[in-house]
Design a protein around this ligand. Structure first.
Ligand SMILES: N[C@@H](CCC(=O)N[C@@H](CS)C(=O)NCC(=O)O)C(=O)O
Length: 214
C-alpha cells in the first residue's frame, strides 16, 4: 500500500465502517487505488466506536461510510466517497476522466446502485415489516437484478473491461443476496461477477480487514 504518498494530506484518512455494510465498497476502492487509510469500526446499533466515542459526533447521520479527511472535513454518502477515493489515484482507472461521457455513465451506475439496489434491500434488513412488504421488495429487487444482468452480459465488469468503483459497490450489494437467501444462480452473469470480483487481491484484503471470510 502506498503509505508514503497520501494525496489527501499528512494526517491519516479514516474510513468509518461496519463489517459487511455498504462501507465495504470504499474499503475495497482505497485498496484498489493503492492508498493508505485507517479503518474505524462503528457499532451501527449503539452508534458507538470501539473507543466508546459517539459516532454521531463524527457523522450526525449515524450511517456508514464516512471518510474523515481531517478533523474538519468528513465526507459521507457512499457514491460520493467512492468518487473521491477514485479521483485521488486516477492512474488506477477506477473512474473515467472528468468531462468524458464514460464518467457520466459510471455515475449513472453509482446512482442506480445506491438508490435502486442498495435501498431496494432496505426492507429485507427490517424483518419487522410485513410479509407482503418483504415479498414485494424481493420481487422488485429481482426485476432490478434482471436489468443489471442484461447490461452485464458478455462483460467482466459493469461498464465493460475495466474494474471501477461501481463494481466495488455492486459487489458488496450483491453479496447481501446470500444473507436474504436470494439465489444469484438465477442470474448467471451476476453470480459470475461476484465470484470474479471476490478473487481480486484488494477485495480479499478488504473482506479480511472486516473479519469476513469469502
Ligand atoms: N445515504 C447513505 C446511506 C448509507 C447506509 O444506508 N448505510 C447503512 C449501512 S449499509 C447504515 O449505516 N445503516 C445504519 C443507519 O443508517 O443507522 C449512503 O449512501 O452512504
Amino acid at each position: 500500500m502506498r503509505s508514503s504518498s497520501r494525496p489527501w494530506g499528512n494526517e491519516a484518512v479514516k474510513l468509518y465502517f461496519s463489517p459487511g455494510a455498504c462501507s465495504q465498497a470504499p474499503n475495497i476502492a482505497f485498496r484498489e487505488a493503492g492508498l493508505d487509510i485507517e479503518l474505524v469500526k462503528v457499532d451501527l446499533k449503539s452508534k458507538r466506536l470501539e473507543s466508546g466515542e459517539d459516532y454521531r459526533v463524527i457523522n450526525p447521520k449515524g450511517s456508514v461510510p464516512a471518510l474523515a479527511l481531517d478533523d474538519h472535513i468528513v465526507l459521507t454518502e457512499n457514491a460520493v466517497v467512492l468518487q473521491y477515493i477514485a479521483d485521488q489515484a486516477p492512474e488506477a482507472g477506477l473512474i473515467p476522466p472528468y468531462g468524458t461521457i464514460r464518467r457520466y455513465q459510471l455515475l449513472e451506475w453509482l446512482n442506480y446502485i445506491a438508490t435502486e439496489l442498495h435501498k431496494g434491500f432496505a426492507p429485507l434488513f427490517h424483518p419487522q415489516r410485513s410479509a407482503e412488504a418483504t415479498i414485494e421488495a424481493r420481487e422488485l429487487l429481482a426485476a432490478k437484478f434482471d436489468y443489471v444482468a442484461s447490461r452485464m452480459e458478455g462483460n467482466p465488469f459493469l461498464t465493460g473491461e475495466s474494474f471501477t468503483i461501481a463494481d466495488c459497490y455492486l459487489f458488496v450489494v450483491l453479496r447481501w443476496s446470500r444473507i436474504h437467501h436470494i439465489d444469484l444462480g438465477r442470474w448467471p452473469a451476476l453470480a459470475a461477477f461476484v465470484a470474479r470480483v471476490a478473487e481480486r487481491p484488494a477485495v480479499r484484503a478488504a473482506l479480511h480487514s472486516e473479519g469476513m471470510a469469502r
